[in-house]
Write a protein that binds this ligand. Structure first.
Ligand code: BTN
Length: 325
């Protein structure tokens, strides 16, 4: 049930496919070749995890309500995906899904595998920062990809992720959000989601890319100075939001855009990115590891670089940094 190896609970999948309907013990026994006692045990295990399952003698079992968990079976039951999520590794808690994903990718995990945790105890943000990931309030997930592109094109994957995340948030919650360069998602000027992409490549090209995404969904507040810069969809809407719905919305969008990317249609994604971006045409201050540039953000190019016309009229091409204006 709580699977770290990507295996699925077939009984749960069956009950989910018939949610609200009774499934007879006879049908379950016949389908899985297990005894009635074994089914009873499994049903009780599901109840312990938080599933509300009715049972009626001689009628069967009926799944009434699911717990608020991002279980692989729930994701599969709620989405029609082709390559994404063919394998889903689920952790009640882990240090960082990006770290787990890199380990799994190194061991040969498939293109499209997902690594999801309810809590991260060592969540990582961009530029060595910490990503706060408390239990059961957010979407903390990494996607393992094996793209057939050159390493310098990898930022396109992150941009694809940002467009998919912004679209899914808008569609599934109605919250108006924007992309802040490079790929932060903001709501009313505060960060609601971020993406950390890590890559393993050698002379022959990319071995794998791990794209980690964190979405603050139901956080009630943020500690210390994060209060000023971070928000959640619950705070924005004034009520709790459905994590599973947002997650499946994101996966649906990401798969669709990723197929465009593979088909050589990055221009289409870039166009969407530009429309969602809140920096273009505005004054920005970009702070990098050892530089600061101020000026007007003119555009973003195919490599995800920000083009800024600085005070002296020169156009700077910035590959990484933080926009602070
Ligand atoms: C950022 O700084 O904006 C990037 C934040 C990325 C956070 C996500 S949560 C899932 C994945 N695992 C991590 O440790 N980080 C990413």
């Amino acid at each position: 049930m709580i699977s770290k190896d990507g295996s699925l609970n077939e009984l749960l999948l069956l009950l989910l496919s018939k949610k609200g309907q009774y499934v007879s013990g006879e049908e379950i026994s016949a389908r899985f070749g297990v005894s009635r006692t074994a089914i009873w045990k499994q049903v009780n295990h599901l109840r312990q995890v938080g599933y509300e399952i009715d049972s009626l003698p001689r009628v069967g079992y009926c799944l009434k309500k699911s717990p608020d968990l991002l279980l692989p079976e729930e994701i599969i039951a709620k989405s029609k995906l082709t390559f994404l999520g063919r394998k889903i590794y689920y952790y009640p808690a882990t240090a960082s899904t990006n770290e787990e994903a890199k380990k799994l990718a190194g061991e040969g995990a498939h293109h499209g595998s997902l690594v999801i945790a309810e809590e991260q105890t060592g969540g990582k943000g961009r530029m060595g920062r910490v990503w706060l990931s408390p239990p059961r309030v957010g979407i903390w997930m990494s996607i393992i990809l094996r793209p057939v592109i050159q390493p310098y094109e990898a930022p396109r994957i992150t941009m694809t992720g940002a467009v998919a995340a912004a679209k899914a948030i808008r569609e599934r919650t109605g919250v108006t959000c924007h992309i802040k360069w490079p790929n932060d998602i903001l709501v009313e000027g505060k960060k609601v989601a971020g993406i950390l992409t890590e890559m393993s490549a050698d002379i022959d090209g990319i071995n794998y890319v791990v794209m980690g995404i964190g979405i603050n969904v139901n956080n009630d507040d943020f500690p210390g100075e994060l209060k000023e810069i971070a928000t959640s969809l619950k705070i924005a809407k004034g009520e709790a939001q459905d994590r599973l719905d947002i997650l499946t919305g994101f996966l649906f969008r990401f798969e669709d855009y990723y197929n465009c990317l593979e088909a050589g249609e990055f221009k289409k994604i870039l166009e969407e990115w530009r429309l969602l971006c809140c920096n273009l045409g505005r004054r920005v201050r970009v702070v990098g590891r050892n530089f600061t540039v101020e000026g007007i953000a003119l555009d973003v190019d195919d490599d995800g670089a920000l083009l800024v016309r600085s005070e002296n009229g020169r156009v700077e091409r910035i590959l990484s940094g933080d926009v602070s204006l």
